[in-house]
Design a protein around this ligand. Structure first.
Ligand code: ADP
Ligand code: MG
Length: 910
């Protein structure tokens, strides 16, 4: 839609009274003819201006859709005579005569002649400020509100009322308000504060420099021209947003004060500077009202959404020009010519431009001055321009008045092409889009927040579920665990039971096997025993025979003796016979001795087997073993003992000992038996040893291969070995190794018993222990256990017990520190095996040995290893002998190692 109303133009050319007054050709013009006129088909915005109309609306030449031609409107205002004029011109008529209804002004040439000029409006000295505003400025203000630029300018000699017309604030009397105040009132009344905006800048131009009246520091503002549009602007000028009239009045006041101050500083008057108020009006336009947005009427709704709104940016310029009088004429100021030229430059340039425009000249010297540059749009531009020329009545200033009138007449010829200052409001679109964007961002944020909340909620729920699941799982796990633990404990206890059962079984089996071996052994022993019994029976029979013989012999001897006594004298000669008889007696005696020795041996064996014990335990251990041989003498009666003593006396020890070296084995045997019997008597021992008997016996052990000799000799050595001095001698003469060799070779249990007894006795000597062990004594003892004869075992056990006891003493005295030599020599397994031997002599010795060994921590580990602990426990519980039992208990409770082991095995002990 195009702008539908048109402003007409006046016919060109100067208007003089002598010319036809064709300018008011509009038949519809009202009394206030200087008004824009609605053509009737104006848009809604135009209804407001129904009362107004253009002076001429017939000659409308639209150059394009958005521009209309609009001539510069010129009104003339006459100031009333002032006091001075009243007085000085009292006798003269005014130089002008006004015919306002004809819009004519007559300028007197002289008393009879005058020139008549027609103006768009002629305002008499009685015209109110209100009327002046309505006639001069209101149409321009309305145009500005419609989007056109507008200019209201006052031109005239100093003191003719330019400032009065434009700038009165009307503070004392509101009727005095000038155009500026009234224009702003109308603008503020019209605009919509939310959509539209008003801003103002106020400056003055003096000697081609622009000073900001709103900021005095800003005293040289430069003009900026848009190279495309040619629009000029003063970006450096202060712009103040106006929201109400009060603030505008304040701004004008401030501006006026600054103008006064600036002019004082510049040593000039306000009449010498041009003041310019610029009111920027920015209004948003609804689509259909807009000239540019309506070009695209078919635009879709969506396209419209992104179509920038249209904004109209118009400005109203109110120009209070410097006095139009020629400077050189103003008189009072002492300006140089150059200064005067400069001061008038802008004004004369304006005149020249207006002349050029009025004459349609090809060149308009707009660029000659800052004023013309600033007013470029006002004259020959796109603005609606209204000029009020002010004149005074005084004939004295007729020339100036005439010049002012001529200026006005020329200005009336200036044609402008009004153009709406409309543009797309990209800023507003951007704001709107930004707002939309913000909205969407906010919405998005809300959605995101919602989404986040959802996620958080879901996470929380999931967390709760996880926690529950974990809890459930943990509980199940715990249940499983305790179940498994119970199962495990059950399994353990079952295993333990099984283990106990197994152990029991094992022990049973062991016992069984040991019983088996024992029964085998028993069978063997039984056999041996039977053999022994048989041989004993034979021996007994023999003994009986011998006894009979002996008895016979005794009887016969007695008879013989009595016969001899009777026949002594008769048979004295028969000495040879008697000697023979005595020899026979000796032989018989030897035989008897042998027999009785053998019998004794058998008896001793039987006794041992029957009694199962030959030694006394702990308390009597120091007196190790009863002599091996001498009992039989006692058993056989004191007679034999006496005979033996007698024989000993008769034959002589040396003789008997020499017989030991006899070539004849029988003699050797007899001799060794005799020595052995002698050695059984403690009383004889010293003598035997002194006589070298011990040495001879040891030599026999070495040299003889005869088992009997070995046995008897060993028995003799054993008896001798009861004496401490002899023990040392035996040792020093290599007795241990000889005994060891014999032990290794011998098979006869009695031989072994003798050897073992000898070593056992030696074991009881503390001093000799290391040597004894060093020469293999302990090993020899241990070797003899291959013979399972209880007598042998009993001697071995006794030896071990003796050894352990001495060692224990040595430990206590501090002379021994290392591990027991018994352990070193590997006796422990045998000890443990036989600790519970059914033969009590064996058992007691071993029990004692164990207690002695256990008393010393250093042995504990090895003992534990082979199971000695159990035996000790058993001893401490079951041993029938209180002293051993107590000893075992004490030993166990005081030993940290045993205690630790017991604890480890969770055996409650102590
Ligand atoms: P200018 O600005 O053109 O130099 P002013 O506006 O200062 O002139 O006016 C000069 C003097 O004349 C001021 O005292 C002013 O009040 C007075 N005056 C001007 N015009 C009128 C008028 N129309 N009615 C009454 N007094 C006026
Ligand atoms: Mg003034």
């Amino acid at each position: 839609m195009s702008i539908s109303y048109r402003n007409g133009t006046l016919p060109k050319g100067p208007l003089k009274v002598d010319r036809p007054l064709s300018m008011n050709s509009s038949t519809k013009s009202s009394s206030s003819s200087f008004k824009s006129k609605n053509s009737g088909h104006a848009p809604a915005s135009a209804t407001r201006r129904k009362s107004t109309g253009s002076v001429v609306n017939s000659a409308v030449n639209a150059k394009d859709d958005n521009s209309v031609s609009g001539r510069v409107r010129v009104a003339v205002r006459l100031r009333p005579r002032n006091a001075e004029e009243m007085e000085s011109d009292a006798d003269f008529a005014d130089c002008v005569e006004l015919q306002p209804e004809l819009k004519r002004l007559k300028l007197r040439r002289n008393n009879w002649d005058s020139d008549t000029y027609e103006f768009d409006e002629v305002l008499t000295e009685f015209s109110s400020q209100k009327r002046v505003y309505e006639v001069v400025a209101k149409p321009v203000v309305e145009s500005v509100l419609d989007g056109y630029n507008g200019t209201v300018m006052a031109y005239g000699q100093t003191g003719t009322g330019k400032t009065y017309t434009l700038g009165r604030l009307g503070e004392e009397d509101t009727a005095d308000r000038g155009i500026m105040v009234r224009a702003m009132e109308d603008i503020l009344a019209e605009i919509t504060p939310e959509k539209d905006s008003i801003s103002v800048s106020y400056f003055q131009l003096y000697m081609e420099s622009i000073q900001d009246l709103l900021n005095p520091m800003n005293d040289n503002i430069s003009i900026v021209e848009d190279p495309k549009t040619g629009d000029v602007s003063l970006p450096g000028a202060t712009t103040v947003d106006i929201r109400d009239q009060k603030s505008f009045l304040e701004l004008l006041r401030v501006g006026e004060a600054h103008r006064f101050a600036a002019n004082t500083k510049l040593n000039t008057e306000s009449s010498r500077s041009h003041a310019m108020l610029m009111v920027h009006v920015e209004r948003s336009v609804k689509g259909r009202d807009s000239a540019i947005s309506s070009e695209n009427g078919s635009a879709s709704h969506t396209a419209k959404a992104f179509k920038p709104p249209v904004v109209r940016k118009s400005k109203l310029v109110v120009v209070d020009l410097a006095g139009s009088e020629r400077i050189d004429k103003s008189g009072s100021e002492a300006h140089t010519l150059e200064e005067a030229k400069s001061i008038n430059l802008s004004l004369s340039a304006l005149g020249k431009c207006i002349n050029a425009l009025a004459e349609n000249s090809a060149h308009v010297p707009v660029r000659d001055s800052k004023l013309t540059r600033l007013l470029r749009d006002s004259f020959g531009g796109t603005a609606r321009t209204s000029l009020v020329i002010t004149i005074g009545p005084s004939p004295r200033h007729r020339g100036e008045t005439a010049s002012t009138i001529m200026f006005g007449q020329r200005a009336m010829k200036v044609e402008n092409m009004l153009k709406i200052k409309e543009e797309f409001d990209y800023k507003s679109l951007s704001r709107r889009l930004e707002m939309q964007l913000e909205k969407q961002i906010a919405e998005h944020e809300r959605q995101q927040k919602g989404f986040k909340d959802d996620i958080e909620r879901i996470t929380r729920e999931a967390q709760i579920r996880i926690t529950e699941a974990e809890k459930g799982y943990a509980e199940a796990l715990e249940r499983e665990r305790s179940r498994y633990q119970n199962d495990y404990m059950d399994a353990i206890s079952k295993l333990e039971e099984q283990w106990a059962a197994n152990k029991q079984k094992q022990e049973n089996e062991k016992a069984k096997s040991s019983m088996l071996s024992a029964s085998l052994e028993v069978a063997e022993l039984k056999k041996l025993f039977e053999n022994e019994t048989i041989s004993r029976k034979v021996a007994e029979e023999e003994i009986d025979n011998l006894k009979n013989q002996l008895a016979q012999w005794k009887r016969s001897e007695a008879a013989g003796n009595s016969e001899i006594l009777k026949l002594r004298k008769m048979l004295e000669d028969e000495k040879c016979q008697k000697a023979k008889l005595e020899e026979e007696i000796a032989v018989l005696r030897n035989q008897l001795m042998q027999l009785s020795f053998e019998a004794d041996e058998v008896k001793a064996t039987r006794r041992n087997l029957d009694r199962g014990e030959t030694v006394k335990l702990p308390g009597t251990l120091d007196s190790p073993i009863p002599p091996f041989m001498h009992q039989h003498l006692g058993d056989s009666g004191n007679g034999e003992k006496a005979s033996m003593a007698k024989l000993f006396e008769q034959v002589g020890l040396q003789k008997i000992l020499s017989l030991l070296e006899s070539e004849d084995a029988d003699v050797q045997i007899h001799a060794v038996k005799v020595v052995a019997n002698l050695a059984a008597e403690e009383a004889n021992q010293e003598r035997i040893v002194k006589a070298g008997g011990l040495k001879s016996l040891l030599t026999l052990l070495r040299s003889s291969n005869d088992e009997t000799i070995h046995r008897v000799a060993a028995g003799a050595i054993a008896n001798l070995a009861m004496n401490e001095t002899n023990q040392e001698l035996i040792m020093s003469q290599g007795g241990i190794s000889l005994l060891s060799v014999t032990a290794a070779k011998a098979e006869d249990p009695q031989t072994l018993r003798m050897v073992a007894g000898a070593i056992a006795n030696l074991c009881g000597n503390e001093k000799l222990q290391p040597k004894l062990r060093g020469e293999g004594g302990v090993k020899a003892l241990l070797g003899m256990v291959r013979c399972r004869h209880p007598d042998v075992l009993a001697q071995v056990a006794r030896g071990i017990a003796n050894f352990a006891k001495c060692e224990s003493r040595a430990y206590t005295q501090g002379s021994k520190t290392g591990k027991s030599l018994l352990i070193e020599d590997g006796t422990l397994p045998w000890i443990v095996q036989n600790a519970n031997n059914e033969a009590s002599p064996i058992r007691r010795h071993i029990e004692l040995a164990l207690c002695h060994l256990a008393q010393h921590e250093i042995n504990a580990k090895d003992m534990i290893k082979v199971g000695a602990l159990w035996e000790l426990v058993r001893i401490s519980r079951d041993c029938s002998r209180d002293d051993i039992r107590t000893l075992a208990y004490r030993t166990l409770t005081s030993s940290p190692s045993f205690q630790a082991e017991l604890k480890r095995l969770r055996i409650d002990y102590g």
